[in-house]
Design a protein around this ligand. Sequence first.
Ligand SMILES: NC(=O)c1ccc[n+]([C@@H]2O[C@H](COP(=O)([O-])OP(=O)(O)OC[C@H]3O[C@@H](n4cnc5c(N)ncnc54)[C@H](O)[C@@H]3O)[C@@H](O)[C@H]2O)c1
Length: 348
Amino acid sequence: MSGVRASGDLRVGLVGLGRFGRLHAAVLATLPGVELAAICDPDPAALAEVGDRFGVAARHRDLTDLLAGERIDAIFLVTPEPLHAGQALQVVERGIPLFLEKPLATTPAEGERVLAAAEAAGVLVQLGFLLRFEPQHALLRAEIAAGRFGPLVSMRVKRNCSRTWFPTYGDRVHPVYETSIHDIDLLLWFARQPCTSVFAIARNYSGLRYPDGCWALLQFGDGPVAMVETSWFVPNGAPANVLTPTWHGTIDSELEIVGVERSARLDLLEGSLAIWEPDYTARPDTAMWPEIAGTVGGALREEDRHFLDCVRAGVPSPIASARDALAGLRIAEAIVESAATGREVRLD
Ligand SMILES: NC(=O)c1ccc[n+]([C@@H]2O[C@H](COP(=O)([O-])OP(=O)(O)OC[C@H]3O[C@@H](n4cnc5c(N)ncnc54)[C@H](O)[C@@H]3O)[C@@H](O)[C@H]2O)c1
């Protein structure tokens, strides 16, 4: 892997300008040494809005056209999950460093293909595991890795979301690949040993293609036991911590770690600033992607900056690699299989 530029701005392309792509755009347009040089989305309104706001002239409705028509040093892919593997292959096969939003793919087999292509081409791929860049999670991981918790006994992770968001995802991707994939990644990061078995239950109240609730019990060898929860029923009356112009609602996430020596808890919703608006209570997120006076900061800015630093240096990301993401995909697939069959799934 070699660095792409010794000096000058990195020319970056952003593909997918929906809820999360717009947040990445706001970061990329203001990072020093970076030019948001091209954007891509099949939706002309999204192209016009993001292009006009950030002064991006090169606008494409298709990734193939962007790759053929632009000189680009790195691509950010923030498209719907089922498109990730195919689009990632297009980018890495051209030798272009890739920041890929989670998940790496929606099957481990596809994830393996992306990883193999990236390794064959010697191209950097960093996954959008934002929580690894959030200081509270990173501090907790450092404490665990330093041995201060002793052997881990159990880990409990929860990521419940606004019910109004589910129609966007419910026919698109199993929620394990959308929300729990973050928590599976945290569990692997904390446990530092492979998951060996999974038992899961899913429920479908909405009648869309994928379940709107999924709960799993994981074993990590003779080490920790983990409980993973996700559901999409948070009512509109809950405190809102996602407050962007195009995306409003709640991510209710918690984690609890029990070690032989110490325990830890983290509740991202309750522990933050509260603003009582006329008709709801805002709990503005200050950790993940806070927008303060027009600039998006927090973990999102940190992960984008880290990726582009790695691109400049021509080194793999030591924090959020595609190989770790593949291990998470194998667990996600086992959860989906266990929920469908009602049986425990053992992992090699
Ligand atoms: N890390 C996080 O915390 C986090 C949070 C939210 C979303 N995400 C991830 O971001 C990605 C996008 O999610 P979202 O919520 O913004 O979805 P979204 O539906 O709001 O946006 C997706 C965008 O991609 C565009 N698109 C569709 N097909 C395309 C194509 N072929 N080429 C280019 N663009 C295309 C759509 O027009 C839309 O603008 C997903 O992978 C999701 O998992 C990550």
